[in-house]
Design a binder for this molecule. Structure first.
Ligand code: NAP
Ligand code: MG
Length: 401
């Protein structure tokens, strides 16, 4: 019997759905519980329990992350009409990630997990590119409408004293069209900037940010100014001490430079850019199952998860008793990220070291050529394609040795 690594503060553990829920149990049982005196505060975010608790469990979990500072989340179903029927739901509950993000008010950082025997589609990207998406405002909170021939569209601001400022958007006298209004807030841009600067400092990587300030001289320019002012006032010295830089560029220039880069930086993206570019990055780096995601709040709370969903197609095969070859790496890295952070905050080096060792064991397994089907499709050097359970066992045996 080996000594278990102690913990002080519990992790906020959020269980989830389908195939990732199956893997969650396996990971805990085979890779964590034999080594750690695991302390968690458990929240079952599985769809059935969200329905039974009228989604209160999601709110409770988010509040617990605010209390304890670190959480780890399994992928969860975001219900649509088909899920409402499948699970007989009381209503179409909101996405748990959206609920948690609204409570923590954070920025999501996504980073690829790289292994030597899987090359990114863009070979130059030898180091990870971490993408930070500003998940507030812009077209995701827009107001839009169609306009008919003869309409005139104006932007109207009603000031606190009742007076109004008007700007013409378009005179549709020539024909039908469309109009959209969108917003952002200084508070949200400010907290986005702070989380990005702090994340880059901690990762010791340059921070890049791009917008279209030459065209959008008020809206996009505001993003540029807020980032620039905060950098000058609070981060320039710390960045230079850490040997890293902050670069602002036009978004088109940023895209061109990203393509020519070797990776190894944090890319802060506006809401839409982040939505689009994160899918591009995930594709270039290979598998969705090799992409981690962490939500960082402005007051320093961390919620770790995998970037992928509940892998429904595999789960249905699992239910029929068939073998699946689902990759548990991103879910495992959510756990190691959270445990490593907990160890750092609580001053338990053994916990952080174990998290690093477990990550290494997972990477070694793949680099030894033992991998799940999703990776075997991408790798030139596979020695053995394994199923979900065998893959976790292969990591466990490397962890032991
Ligand atoms: P998904 O679960 O990410 O899976 C899409 C496909 O990607 C899978 O069918 C599989 O391809 C491949 N894949 C993803 N993760 C994999 C893994 N770990 N190992 C091997 N292959 C993997 O996305 P989805 O099917 O669109 O969504 C399923 C459910 O997840 C939905 O109910 C959605 O609401 C939810 N979701 C949750 C989150 C979250 O909690 N953060 C995020 C996204 C989606 P093959 O079938 O070709 O093998
Ligand atoms: Mg997208």
């Amino acid at each position: 019997m080996r000594d278990l690594i102690p913990m002080k503060t519990p992790l906020v553990e959020m269980d989830g759905d389908e195939m990732t829920r199956i893997m969650w149990g396996m990971l805990k049982e085979r890779l964590l519980l034999p080594y750690i005196d695991l302390k968690t505060e458990y929240y079952d975010l599985g769809l059935r329990n969200r329905d039974e608790t009228d989604d209160q469990v999601t709110v409770d979990a988010a509040m617990a992350i605010r209390r304890y500072g670190v959480g780890v989340k399994c992928a969860t179903i975001t219900p649509n009409a088909q899920r409402v029927e499948e699970y007989g739901l009381k209503k179409m509950w909101k996405s748990p990630n959206a609920t948690i993000r609204a409570i923590l008010d954070g920025t999501v950082f996504r980073a690829p997990i790289m292994v030597s025997n899987i090359r990114p589609l863009i070979e130059r990207w030898s180091r990870p590119i971490t993408i930070a998406r500003h998940a507030y405002g812009d077209i995701y909170a827009n107001t839009e409408t169609r306009a008919a021939k003869g309409d005139r569209a104006e932007l109207v601001i009603t000031h606190a004293d009742g007076t109004q400022t008007r700007r013409e958007i378009m005179d549709f006298s020539a024909g039908d069209g469309i109009v959209m209004g969108m917003h952002n807030t200084d508070a949200s841009i400010t907290s986005f900037a702070h989380t990005c600067f702090r994340y880059a400092l901690e990762a010791r990587q340059d921070l890049w940010f791009g917008a279209k300030d030459t065209i959008s001289k008020v809206y996009d320019h505001r993003f540029k100014d807020v980032f620039g002012d905060i950098y000058e006032a609070e981060y320039r010295d710390r960045f230079s001490q850490a040997g890293i830089n902050y670069y602002y560029m036009l978004i088109d220039d940023a895209v061109a430079r990203v393509m020519r880069s070797d990776g190894g930086f944090v890319w802060a993206c506006r809401n839409y850019d982040g939505d689009v570019m994160s899918d591009m990055l995930a594709t270039v780096y290979g598998s969705l199952a090799m992409m981690t995601s962490v939500l960082v709040s402005p007051d320093g709370c961390y919620e770790y998860e995998a970037s992928h969903g509940t892998v429904t197609r595999h789960y249905y095969r699992h239910l029929k008793g068939e073998q699946t070859s689902t990759n548990a790496v991103a879910t495992l890295f959510a756990w190691t990220g959270a445990l490593g952070r907990r160890g750092q905050i609580d001053g338990i080096p053994a916990l952080s070291q174990f998290a690093a060792r477990l990550e290494r064991a997972a990477l070694d397994t793949i680099e030894d050529g033992v991998m799940t089907g999703d990776l075997a499709r991408l790798s030139a050097m596979t020695t053995r394609i394994v199923n979900t359970s065998e893959f976790i066992d292969a990591i466990a045996s490397r962890l032991q040795s």
